[in-house]
Write a protein that binds this ligand. Structure first.
Ligand SMILES: Nc1ncnc2c1ncn2[C@@H]1O[C@H](COP(=O)(O)OP(=O)(O)OP(=O)(O)O)[C@@H](O)[C@H]1O
Ligand SMILES: [Mg+2]
Length: 298
């Protein structure tokens, strides 16, 4: 009996959060590093379906770094990174699109559907969702508020996209019909060139365009760490700027913090970086008072 009452209490604890977030949009970036284990993927799909069933509108943007690396390795193409960005030549772009849109996107869509959701797989090409332009090293350095000169900062990144505009019309339509959009981070420019866009940046821009209540970045680490490796539960814009300058925030964490700050500036309510390796991480973040991971505030 006690066990049953405990179960009821768990449900009741979630009530204020369900009330607050009902009808609101939560954008979730599902990092490639957080989707390695099959049972974790199942739990992720369950969480997303549960959110939808309690009236919250999830929108998923997925990454796929490790999966792309694996395929490049199989094909003998070298993976190159510069300041957290994958340098993308034409051969790499072909693989990136195949892996992201052709494989991972369909896998996530299928998994959510099998758990009772109605997911629709998209890329930034669908319905003109993401208009892109080449990301220049200069623009990247500026957005990081950091001078990359003299540290291999002058070369560009190839077919890596910057986001010029997000047109959320298609997402509004899908949400209106109760579908869960699953977005692969690929875009095109006006000439029809395809670009590989960092999924964190897409998540931030989509969250902004949808005026989402929350942006949740699921990754493979507990959250942001300081120079001594200690976990930080809240960081401000100023903290982030300082840590980027000092080189405490590097690599994959760079686009993540940048996207979170952008989303907040664009009117998104809250931004969090959480550990996707924790089972049911999204539920713990949304339905508990303390939450998990790192919250980024302005
Ligand atoms: N200050 C920091 N605190 C925490 N992690 C950091 C920090 N600086 C750099 N990182 C790195 O950022 C990584 C997370 O970004 P990464 O791009 O690797 O994963 P992801 O974005 O979740 O996956 P994907 O790119 O495939 O979507 C962490 O595993 C960590 O190594
Ligand atoms: Mg990343």
């Amino acid at each position: 009996m006690n066990r049953l009452i405990k179960k009821a209490n768990v449900l009741i604890e979630a009530l204020p959060y369900i009330r607050t977030f009902r009808g609101k949009t939560v954008v979730v970036k599902y990092g490639g590093h957080a989707m390695t284990d099959a049972s974790l993927k199942e739990r992720f799909a369950q969480d997303v379906v549960l959110l939808k069933y309690v009236g919250i509108n999830p929108v998923i943007i997925h990454g796929g770094g490790p999966q792309i690396d694996k395929m490049l390795d199989r094909l003998g193409i070298e993976a190159k990174f510069r300041h957290g960005v994958r340098v993308t030549d034409e051969a790499t772009m072909e693989i990136v699109e195949m892996v992201l849109a052709g494989k991972i996107n369909m896998e996530i869509t299928d998994l959510i559907n099998r758990h009772g959701g109605s997911a629709v797989g998209l890329s930034g090409k669908d319905g003109g969702l993401i208009l892109s332009k080449p990301l220049t090293a200069k623009a990247w350095a500026e957005s990081l508020e950091r001078d990359l000169d003299g540290e291999d900062g002058d070369g560009d990144f190839g077919l890596v996209g910057d986001i010029e505009k997000v047109d959320p019309s298609l997402l509004h339509k899908l949400q209106g019909d109760h579908y869960i959009p699953i977005i692969a981070p690929i875009g095109t420019d006006r000439e029809g060139n395809t670009y590989n866009i960092n999924a964190d940046l897409v998540a931030g821009a989509v969250a902004g365009a949808l005026r989402a209540e929350k942006l949740v970045m699921m990754t493979d680490i507990k959250g942001i760490r300081d120079a001594k490796g200690r976990h930080l539960s809240t960081v401000s814009r100023k903290d982030v700027q300082r840590m980027v300058k000092k080189g405490t925030i590097t690599e994959g964490m760079l686009p993540k913090v940048h996207a979170c700050l952008d989303a907040l500036a664009g009117g998104v309510g809250k931004a969090h970086i959480i550990d996707g390796r924790i089972p049911h991480a999204i539920l713990l973040e949304i339905f508990t008072h303390k939450g998990i991971g790192t919250e980024i505030v302005t």
